[in-house]
Ligand binder design. Structure first.
Ligand SMILES: [Zn+2]
Ligand SMILES: [Zn+2]
Length: 67
């Protein structure tokens, strides 16, 4: 069951347990994981939105997530 898409292209879904690279907490619902297009860092949709809204860069690869 795929949920609402956040951002642009989301890349491949990863169904293993992952941690959010922004808040470092476990992502409990993998179907809602948002990935960095460049390094594959995983984020909660809300964390990804926060990064974008604050014009921050990806914590892993430092690419700007702000469009
Ligand atoms: Zn998070
Ligand atoms: Zn990245």
């Amino acid at each position: 069951m795929l949920r609402v898409k956040v951002g642009k292209s989301l890349g491949v879904w990863d169904w293993s347990i992952t941690n959010c690279d922004a808040c470092l907490l476990e992502i409990e619902d993998p179907s809602e994981t948002v990935k960095c297009n460049y390094c594959g860092a995983t984020f909660h949709p809300d964390c990804y939105k926060n990064l974008k809204n604050t014009k921050s860069s990806c914590p892993k690869c430092r690419v700007s997530l702000y469009e």
